[in-house]
Write a protein that binds this ligand. Sequence first.
Ligand SMILES: Cc1cc2nc3c(=O)[nH]c(=O)nc-3n(C[C@H](O)[C@H](O)[C@H](O)COP(=O)(O)O)c2cc1C
Length: 418
Amino acid sequence: MAKRKDLSIEFCGVKCENPFFLSSSPVGSNYDMCKKALESGWGGICYKTVGYWIPQECSPRFDATRKEGTPFVGFKNMEMISDKPTEKNLEMMAKLKRDYPDKVLIASIMGENEEEWTKLAKAVTETGADIIECNFSCPQMTTHSMGSDVGTNTELVEKYSAAVRRGTHLPVLAKMTPNITTMEISARAAIKGGATGIAAINTIKSITEVDLDNFTCLPIVNGKSSISGYSGKAVKPVALRFIAQMAKDQQLKGIPISGMGGIETWEDAVEFLLVGASNLQVTTSIMQYGYRIVEDMISGMSYWMEEKGINQLSDIVGAALPNIVPAENIERDFKVYPKYDHEKCIGCGRCYISCYDGGHQAIDWDGDKRKPMLNEEKCVGCGLCWIVCPVEKCVTPDKPKFHSFGTPRDINVIAKRL
Ligand SMILES: Cc1cc2nc3c(=O)[nH]c(=O)nc-3n(C[C@H](O)[C@H](O)[C@H](O)COP(=O)(O)O)c2cc1C
């Protein structure tokens, strides 16, 4: 059996026993929860956002999108920042750091003006926190002077980052909103103001469902609802995209990134590292499955490193970035055609229907035998058939081939390029 790898990694100059942290949310909103999480193996905690403004939360406040029996694909919440008294939160943070000095504590804060940001930064620094995270990104605040309305305003991001810098010597993360086209612009503003690194993503503004009887979106709060933040597995592609773009940005080069948005498994976690995150935060999958998911994350990542011969996690941070290129740099002569394993095929016809109704009518279907046959003249190698096939390794990509446009399957070109 392979031995466990060392998963330690430095983030913002702070040594972390592993990259797995709770993200700021209900999962880390009091001492007992954080204690349980740390004892389950999480490397650190980003404590629920604290501010001097105390919200009044609504009920119910969650909804989920489901598909074909999957409990939740994405998760919608209407929560704001901590509704506990600030002093109480500060006490709990200080106690956590005292009781778990080797674990990392990120204090998430949200002020309403420069004075508050500076004052909060000072207050959480005194708790012994290791890093401060500025919440510029909650999309459902009932006050527009806070949350994602700040994060979409680069001037405020810079000003409030500078205000936090005045109140602390600690590393500062700016937590960014994805409710924006380009995150690099606000990220650069945060760094200019004095932030050390970036945390991304907070939740995406959403309407998950509209109730067909009440004509209201969900969750319904006494007949009404509002647009609010979406998280969980469904947002992972968006999170990876924003992180990769920031990690590739020349002006942000080398800036530490804490990545989050849909991390559920060790594979998800590795993907975030590969696109440039060196710290990982999680909420929704903990809300669904509990803190112990970290055990699988730790062992999965460790065995994967062993298998790949990777000695330290920092070696793979950003390793996928050189392969993420602009659309114009994609090799368009490259073609991958499908191959069909008739032994494995259950004759369901999903590949045929998808190819006919949504592709290039490149599968011939014998109604008696119920097996797909590739029509090479029509196939463009789009890959839809192996995506829709429900049987593992039944429809698979064949050996890639290169050919020039206009001369499909030109064997000489293929031979030259393979
Ligand atoms: C119920 C709930 C409450 C949240 N509260 C906060 C918060 O107080 N501060 C914050 O920065 N982010 C908050 N978030 C956002 C998460 O920290 C995280 O950025 C987001 O959910 C994406 O990660 P995930 O897909 O692992 O949940 C909250 C998310 C959820 C689901």
